[in-house]
Design a protein around this ligand. Structure first.
Ligand code: PHB
Length: 380
């Protein structure tokens, strides 16, 4: 949706095929943290008005361990901040903008296969039982990890790199005001816990759990109890409970496909890469791919550069691997791994102590969290 929006602003036509209904994607609970650059891109492209009104600007996060909290002050360390604004709200704003200027979105359009990506790409899709085809110059595969675009790249051209984590996140949404103004990332002997939010009335909380954990074993009381145990501080941190209206278990993995382009087919976001959620980077990394693709297409259509997308993979991957590194580092620092004894526990505590007391180390975390700079500033 973001890519289609930016292309529209540049006078480049696109067709959006969305497999779900509008209602489904406007309500599906996904990410919630926007890097400063992501928020700026939405603002500069004219879809940031509600985000600026309803989004929550955060100037830091808390790292909690050993029964005490330690703030990382993004604003002071980097001059930048993050915005808490749910992905489905971004989606609503982009849909409203696109329908507002009369550009098409094909909802409930199930992409079946792509063809002729060497010359005249086509996408076959089914909508309300009828098969259709779109012919185009380029295909942007923004179809997620399970989509059809990545498998359309010949297997002998594609390298997959993957890391499976031996844990998952149990996530909840609860109708209760957030227990703190800023996100709290907690390391505890019993495992990681995260307090995040969606609004002044809705908290989003996560607990590290086993990957094969059955959600049935987690009645609401047990979840609150475990969150309280892991997040407890010597100062007596109070976590109020409230009605839980969404519960889910998310496995954790790192994944990267290379190249991200084959002929006239391009992969963006989760179609090409997955990061563990500890760095809050998934949505932001997808938007970074969108920037590269938009610039390339603008070079091709407006600046007469036929090779405008020639370095697509290299340009995207530079950021992908930095973000994989940051996400893997945050994950390793904050989670308990299998068979960790007292030695490993002390390494976790020492690392957290270092990160929260060394200005250099705090700055390294902060500059990654708010979003690393782009080679070329500005929108296009
Ligand atoms: C969320 O609010 O869903 C969230 C926040 C920070 C993370 C991951 C998820 O690192």
């Amino acid at each position: 949706m973001t890519l289609a929006h930016l292309l529209h602003l540049q006078g480049i036509e696109s067709v959006v095929l969305e497999s779900h209904t509008r209602e489904y994607i406007e309500n599906r609970v996904r990410a919630g943290v926007l890097e400063q650059g992501t928020a700026e891109l939405l603002r500069e492209s004219g879809v940031g008005e509600r985000m600026d009104r309803e989004g929550l600007q955060h100037n830091g996060i808390e790292l909690r361990f050993g029964g005490a909290g330690h703030r990382i002050d993004f604003k002071e360390l980097t001059g930048e901040s993050i915005t808490i604004y749910a992905q489905q709200e971004v989606i609503k704003d982009l849909i409203a903008a696109r329908l507002g200027y009369g550009a098409p979105i094909c909802f409930e359009a199930e992409a079946l296969r792509v063809a002729d990506v060497h010359a005249q790409p086509r996408i076959f899709y089914r909508q309300r039982g009828v098969e259709h085809v779109v012919a185009c110059d380029f295909i942007a595969g923004c179809d997620g990890f399970h989509g059809i675009c990545r498998p359309a790249i010949p297997a002998d051209r594609l390298q997959i790199q993957e890391r499976q984590y031996p844990f998952a996140w149990l996530g909840i949404l609860a109708r209760v005001p957030p227990a703190s103004d800023e996100l709290i990332y907690t390391y505890h002997e019993r495992g990681f816990a995260l307090m995040s939010m969606r609004s002044p009335e809705v908290s989003r909380l996560y607990l590290q759990c086993a990957p094969e954990e059955d959600i049935q074993n987690w009645p609401d009381d047990r979840i609150w109890e475990e969150l309280r145990t892991r997040m407890a501080t010597r100062e007596g941190f109070a976590l109020n409970d409230g009605p839980i209206f969404q519960k889910s278990i998310t496995p954790m993995r790192g994944f990267a496909a290379e190249p991200m382009q084959y002929e006239r087919l391009f992969l963006l976001g989760d179609a090409a890469h997955i990061v563990p959620p500890t760095g809050a980077k998934g949505l932001n990394l997808a938007i970074a791919d969108v920037r590269v693709m938009t610039r390339g297409l603008v070079d091709i259509y407006k600046n007469g550069k036929r090779d405008g997308l020639a370095n697509y993979t290299e340009r995207c991957l530079k950021r992908v691997w930095k973000v994989q590194r940051f996400s893997a580092w945050m994950t390793a620092m904050l989670h308990r791994f299998e068979n960790e004894g007292a030695f490993s526990h002390n390494i976790h505590l020492a690392e957290l102590d270092y990160v929260t007391t060394s200005r250099a180390a705090s700055t390294a975390l902060a500059e990654n969290y708010v979003g690393l700079p782009f080679d070329t500033p500005g929108l296009f």
